[in-house]
Design a protein around this ligand. Structure first.
Ligand code: MN
Length: 417
């Protein structure tokens, strides 16, 4: 029996953003697949995800293990952010998988993109999100369902580029014929729950069609973020009655033999223990628990100390290149999270606001929802309109940017140059 991979991949800007900061990499010949979700103002998000994937690819080509390759990708993003003022604070998630000769998938992971395994019709998460809401779910403060719609859902507690060193989670998965692995950005998982993902994965035999169906579902649910999906099918070449469609010509595949021992679906440590050809996780449960407790304690202290302030974070109206802008996050960022620019408004120069309002916007005004932030933006637009009318010195810059719909940033002046 010879196993190979059939792969379908799709990335999409979604319905709300005006550019795509996600990136992915698929090379079945090298056996490397990865999803990265960048963040940071200016072009930072796109640069971070692209830089990480290129460094990952190069490291794997030089023979690095996938966790080491992710560490090298971290270094590359960090170095570039330090070298360029415009890119300072940029970061990216990275969830990468290598398909080895022993038919194991070695997954390395940082951030809140995810890897899932669907086996015998049952979907299981392989990775654990490094996010604030995941910490709160683990602490029993939020349900999974609440976490998906929480305004703090994009705050991640670990990302590439934030520090010279990064801790990388590793998950070896022994593959079986018929397994389907999913790598995706949070643009999918914040829009579609695990049950919805499972139904779509089970209903589309072709991996490309399955990837398309997942992206469509995320967009139909609102498409609030960029969405990236890689569907990886484990195909047995010798199987005569394959339920899986043949891989199309432009999808290169990789052959492997022999078949690795089967790993049970379960928590990562169970899978690691069962996957004998790959080295076991080097850290014990106690150490992992201790490490998890540190950010958790910090989070709980913040919750106790400033729950009112805390609950109101989500979006803020601030200044971006002299204009009124809406950011996802809070002024100054949280943990390793930096606010992401949602929309900037060409027609709304901050220095045309009344002085007191100007100072407030420069400091950043926080809102619990994008709708509330958009309402504030509309008020600011009216103030500027009013002021230019009063002085009779309309600059001609008042434009239709105030008529955004749904808080999507439609009408924004495009991404900054
Ligand atoms: Mn995202």
């Amino acid at each position: 029996m010879t196993l190979r991979l059939g792969v379908g991949s799709v990335t999409d800007v979604g319905r709300a953003r005006d550019h795509n900061e996600d990136a992915f990499f698929v090379d079945t010949t090298a056996g490397l697949l990865a999803v990265a979700d960048g963040m940071g103002g200016h072009q930072g998000g796109e640069v971070a995800s692209a830089t990480a994937l290129e460094a990952l690819r190069a490291a794997i080509a030089e023979g690095a293990s996938v966790p080491d390759a992710v560490r090298r990708a971290n270094q590359a993003v960090h170095d570039q952010a330090a070298a360029d003022d415009q890119l300072r604070g940029m970061g990216t998630t990275l969830t990468a998988a290598t398909f080895g000769d022993d038919a194991t998938l070695e997954i390395a992971h940082v951030g809140d993109s995810r890897a899932y395994l669907m086996r015998d019709g049952v979907l299981a998460r392989i990775t654990t999100d490094h996010s604030l809401v995941q910490e709160l779910v683990d602490a029993g403060e939020l349900t999974e369902e609440e976490a998906r719609s929480d305004p703090r859902r994009s705050m991640i507690t670990r990302a590439l580029g934030m520090d010279a060193e990064v801790e990388v989670d590793a998950y070896p998965v022994g593959l079986r014929r018929g397994d389907r692995v999913l790598l995706c950005s949070d643009g999918l998982t914040s829009m579609v729950d695990d049950d919805g993902i499972a139904v779509l994965l089970a209903s589309e035999a072709d991996p490309t069609e399955a990837a398309r169906a997942l992206v469509t579902a995320a967009n139909d649910a609102g498409g609030l973020d960029n969405v990236t999906v890689i569907v990886i099918d484990v195909i047995d070449d010798d199987e005569t009655t394959s339920a899986v469609d043949p891989v199309v010509d432009d999808d290169p595949t990789v052959a492997v033999a022999p078949v690795a021992p089967v790993a049970p679906v379960g928590p990562p440590e169970a899978r690691a223990a069962a996957s004998s050809p790959t080295p076991p996780r080097t850290r014990g449960r106690l150490a992992r628990t201790a490490r998890r407790l540190v950010p958790l304690v910090a989070v709980l202290a913040l919750l106790v100390g400033g729950s009112f302030w805390y609950a109101r974070r989500g979006y803020f109206v601030g200044e971006y290149e002299g204009r009124v802008a809406i950011f996802d996050g809070r002024p100054g960022g949280f943990l390793f999270f930096d606010p992401a620019l949602e929309a900037d408004f060409v027609g709304l120069p901050v220095n045309e606001l009344p002085p007191r309002v100007r100072a407030s916007v420069r400091e950043g005004e926080t809102f619990s929802s994008i709708e509330a932030a958009n309402d504030r933006k509309d008020e600011l637009a009216a103030l500027i309109e009013q002021r230019s009318g009063d002085t009779g010195s309309s600059s001609g810059t008042s434009t239709t940017t105030t008529t955004t719909t749904n808080g999507t940033g439609a009408g924004a002046g495009g991404s900054p140059a």
